[in-house]
Design a protein around this ligand. Structure first.
Ligand code: SAM
Length: 290
């Protein structure tokens, strides 16, 4: 007898595709259009095999109603995400962050006699972006004496976060790292390189769905959010949800950094775009003076 679920060739009907696609979209924002049906099928088929389920309809019911549904939704989403990332990605934007945004944040904090800086990398994957921010802060030399500086990496994919917490990286993650950055921030390790503790102590990682307000508990108010190369996989409707939430958790005058392929032009006017050479940064309105 043929056991289709063991061979990962279970069929996905149009109806099952629609149900699963809508569930993924509603929970996590990721949107699979009709051309990605086979991609959704092949990524989720191993879950059916593992759970001993015979059809995607059964899997859908499991995801919706089983007592273990929250855990399974978590496992499922890690099969659906793209985790591509590397250190010092999109350098022009990082230059703007270092040369313009950081000094302006420091000044506005100092005016209020607040010595805290709170940054988050949303959709941090295996940690390279959050750690890059730590390195930029460290190199700026501006935020240490008596400052409470925090960078948090948040991602829904717990397997990616586990790698982030290990702090060991290989060639692929280092493709944009200069020799001097490598010498300053990494130490050789048996299987690759290890981010130095001077950086790791600035950065922590936590699991969370960026569309869930509870994911920001204890983090807000934030000075800047980096959410780069994440929203390209979202529908416009889910982007709007994310932007509303980012707006809520940022301080007045706080900054939002998106990937270069991502723009708010069509979806939201909640932020003011600030244009620089080779980079756009989004700014939340400053507090109105009474
Ligand atoms: C392509 S990586 C981007 C990594 C990094 N921000 C960069 O630009 O290099 C996208 C990450 O977004 C995460 N992600 C997707 N949907 C998410 C959600 N709803 N909540 C939190 N993270 C999410 C994925 O797990 C993945 O690790």
């Amino acid at each position: 007898m043929k056991l289709p679920h063991l061979e990962h060739d279970v069929e996905l009907s149009e109806e099952e595709f629609r149900l699963l696609r809508d569930l993924v979209h509603e929970q996590f924002g990721l949107y699979f259009d009709g051309t990605q049906k086979e991609s959704l099928r092949s990524r989720l088929a191993p879950r059916l095999a593992l759970l001993g389920l015979l059809s995607f309809e059964d899997y859908y019911r499991y995801l919706r109603f089983a007592p273990e549904r929250a855990t399974e939704q978590q496992r499922m989403v890690s099969h659906l995400t793209n985790n591509e990332t590397y250190f010092f990605r999109e350098q022009p934007q990082l230059d703007v962050f270092a040369s313009t945004v950081l000094p302006s944040l420091k000044e506005s904090r100092a005016q209020r006699a607040q010595r805290t800086l709170n940054l988050v990398s949303v959709g941090c994957s295996t940690g390279e972006e959050a750690l890059t921010l730590g390195m930029i802060l460290f190199d700026s030399g501006q935020f240490f004496w008596g400052w409470d500086v925090k960078v948090t990496g948040l991602d829904v994919d717990e397997a990616a976060l586990e790698k982030a917490s290990r702090g060991i990286y290989h060639r692929n993650s280092l493709r944009a790292v200069t020799k001097s950055q490598l010498d300053r921030h990494f130490a050789p390790d048996r299987s690759g390189v290890r981010v130095k503790d001077s950086i790791r102590k600035l950065v922590s990682f936590r699991p969370g769905n960026l569309l869930d307000p509870a994911s920001y508990d204890g983090l807000a108010p934030l000075d800047a959010i980096f959410c780069r190369n994440v929203l390209i996989y979202f529908s416009d409707q889910a982007i709007e949800r994310a932007i509303r939430l980012f707006h809520d958790v940022l301080v007045p005058g706080g900054y939002l950094f998106l990937g270069h392929a991502e723009s708010l032009a069509r979806v939201s006017s909640a932020f003011t775009p600030v244009r620089f050479q080779g980079a756009i940064v989004y700014k939340k309105q400053e507090e109105q003076q009474a």
